[in-house]
Design a protein around this ligand. Structure first.
Ligand code: PGA
Length: 254
């Protein structure tokens, strides 16, 4: 696939996998994806498996990501994880503002922008998630919601930082539901988000930012979705939990 930007496919393992299961998965992926150079492949295990998985990815083309990070440095923040702790395990990417965290932990775009700045301050790369619910889409508010989330969550980033930020468009109604956005719906939302980045930063920044699609991505729909001009990769949940399904998504996107 000839793309303007290098594709980036990340597996968000969410709250799944013991250490032993995580090792099985990452070892399988290393074998299956050993020759892949065309796509940046990222695995995002739960915190408890980062240490062991980081040893496995050292001598591979897989990169490591975390699923969240504190906006604060080390200190009295019970249950939180700081950037310095992630860096011990060679983490390169951090997912921020996933819709599950926006919903269950009530994370706001304002908080996510603080986290994004902390991620950059540690020279890591944030994957900032945005996306509308079904009710928002059906009431014609998709653009308004995306605008508010994009502008709020990326507020305060410099142009240089924005170029090193990945945006993930994840329509909430497509996450874990088996309902995927059509290629036209995905392209429309991605182009809209890129347009917002032109307004917030400039044209050349917007052209460099990679925008992933997320929401029931699987091997069968990856090629079509990632073939859209403004879709630069995928953030994969359920299908990232098995070697075969995740490896096939990546192979089908090349
Ligand atoms: P899904 O999840 O692939 O299971 O729909 C995607 C995500 O939540 O990142």
């Amino acid at each position: 696939m000839n793309k303007e930007r290098k594709l980036i496919v990340a597996g968000n393992w969410k709250m799944n996998k013991t250490v032993a299961e995580a090792l099985d998965l990452v070892r399988g992926l290393k074998i299956e994806l050993a020759n892949i150079k065309e796509v940046d492949v990222v695995v995002c295990p739960p915190y408890t498996a980062l240490s062991e998985v980081s040893k496995e990815v050292l001598d591979s083309n897989l990169k490591l990501g975390a699923q969240n990070m504190s906006e604060n440095g080390v200190g009295a923040y019970t249950g939180e994880i700081a950037a310095t702790m992630l860096k011990e395990f060679s983490v390169r990417y951090v997912i921020l503002g996933h819709s599950e965290r926006r919903q269950y932990q009530k994370e706001s775009s304002e908080l996510i922008s603080k986290k994004a700045l902390a991620v950059h301050a540690a020279s890591l790369k944030p994957i900032v998630c945005v996306g509308e619910t079904l009710a928002e889409r059906e009431s014609g508010r998709m653009q308004e919601v995306l605008q508010s989330q994009v502008q709020g969550s990326l507020a305060g980033l410099t142009k240089e930082q924005m170029c090193e930020t990945i945006v993930a468009y994840e329509p909430v109604w497509a996450i874990g539901t088996g309902k995927t956005a059509s290629t036209a719906q995905a392209q429309e939302a991605h182009a809209f988000i890129r347009g917002l980045l032109v307004g917030m930063f400039d044209d050349s920044v917007a052209r460099r930012v990679r925008i992933q699609y997320g929401g029931s991505v699987k091997a069968a729909n990856a090629r079509e979705l990632l073939g859209q001009p403004d879709v630069d990769g995928a953030l994969v949940g359920g299908a990232a939990l098995e070697v075969r399904s995740f490896a096939d998504i990546i192979k089908n996107s090349i």
